[in-house]
Design a protein around this ligand. Structure first.
Ligand SMILES: N[C@@H](CCC(=O)N[C@@H](CS)C(=O)NCC(=O)O)C(=O)O
Length: 212
């Protein structure tokens, strides 16, 4: 499979983790988002949204990280990334969406550029924005973990699911942008458990060939 990726991209990180968990080899095509590679006509033809990741599986072109995770899970079911029963699946997807749909979109590069270049926010104001929205997501995940009987080493059950993948991509930028993490002990315990697993650790930004 070919993955269009950028080492710092949290959405690409999610797909790298899932591929590693499934034992699927990939070839990376690197785009330097901060240099604007995503806007090149050649990539725009591949991904009209001009974002990473894009995953190519033979003739199939896949976009949007959560859709890619679910595709991989359906096509390569072992090990499963979703629990078997519908109630737990909905809960796990809900945790994932706090990151993918509600927190992460507010801090992506194009939003950060808009805050600075168009709205003329100072660096301090922009950092406050990022910390606020990442913190809101972390707070929600922590509270949901506290009330969920199935959570422990992982968000749900005894193996990583899409919820854990997305918890990791919630915490990673929170660390980068100096969020206070003490109020989220359950989140951090699960983050540490996940990052001790090679499939997660090898997918982290600093271990990518394009890392700077
Ligand atoms: N919801 C999308 C997010 C895709 C996305 O925004 N990717 C970021 C990197 S994490 C990107 O390509 N940003 C480029 C930009 O903002 O210009 C997904 O989960 O795949």
């Amino acid at each position: 499979m070919e993955l269009y990726t950028y080492y710092r991209s949290q959405a690409s990180f999610r797909v790298r983790i899932a591929l590693n968990l499934k034992g699927i080899a990939r070839e990376d095509s690197f785009l330097h988002l901060e240099k604007g590679d995503q806007f090149a006509a050649e990539y725009r033809a591949i991904n009209p949204q001009m974002v990473v990741p894009t995953l190519i599986d033979g003739e199939v072109k896949l976009f949007q990280s959560l859709a890619i995770l679910e595709y991989l899970d359906e096509k390569y079911p072992q090990p499963p990334l979703l629990p078997a029963d519908p109630e737990a699946r909905a809960w796990v997807r809900g945790i994932a969406l706090i990151n993918v749909a509600d927190s992460h979109p507010l801090i992506v590069l194009r939003v950060r550029h808009y805050l600075t270049d168009v709205l003329k926010l100072s660096d301090e104001q922009r950092l406050a924005w990022i910390q606020h929205w990442l913190g809101a997501g972390l707070q929600a995940i922590e509270a949901l973990l506290a009330e969920h009987p199935g959570s422990g080493r992982f968000c749900h059950g005894d193996r990583p699911t899409v919820a854990d993948i997305c918890l990791v991509t919630q915490v990673t930028p929170a660390k980068t942008f100096d969020c206070v993490l003490d109020p989220y002990p359950r989140v951090m315990r699960i983050y540490d458990t996940c990052m001790a697993i090679p499939a997660f650790a090898d997918a982290q930004p600093s271990r990518q060939l394009d890392a700077e």
